[in-house]
Ligand binder design. Sequence first.
Ligand SMILES: [Zn+2]
Ligand SMILES: [Zn+2]
Length: 178
Amino acid sequence: MHCPKCKNEYLKPTKLEEGLPVMGCPKCNGALLSLLYYRDWSERVVVTSDDVVDTGEIRSDADTATALGCPKCSRLMTKYLVSGALNTRLDLCGNCDEAWLDGGEWQLLKSLELGNALPSVFTDSWQRKVRAERTELDRVERLKKRVGEEDAEQAVAVKKWLGTTQHKSTILHFLGSD
Ligand SMILES: [Zn+2]
Ligand SMILES: [Zn+2]
């Protein structure tokens, strides 16, 4: 099997973690992970991470923009966003039930405490949650451009607090009546 990113590089058997075999690329450190193995492993092992990963670095360049071909069956893999705040997308071949993790993505997942969450990322409900997070973040970005960073942050804090109080409508009415 060839690396879907480096093309000419062969994937070699290696381990993502003790007891979690993958086919890895020695050049880009990407890994093809069987979700079958992963589920079994994830039931036995609680994933923790002491590493602090600089998400900013991963956000900018580690992700592949174009669709990758599955190293096993060569069908195009589907991309799944991990979180609304990051551009990191995991590739999944639904045909083979194998996920492709770019170099560093496993470490990132662990640092986000998602080391045991893998198949969930590929579900509709997870993707809906991610899209909602994105929409909200975009909204805040637009607000920042209009009113400045400081006021936008205040507004976000007020909005968050409004979400927790049972007097939301009364307070909104009060604010609007000025
Ligand atoms: Zn590679
Ligand atoms: Zn496949």
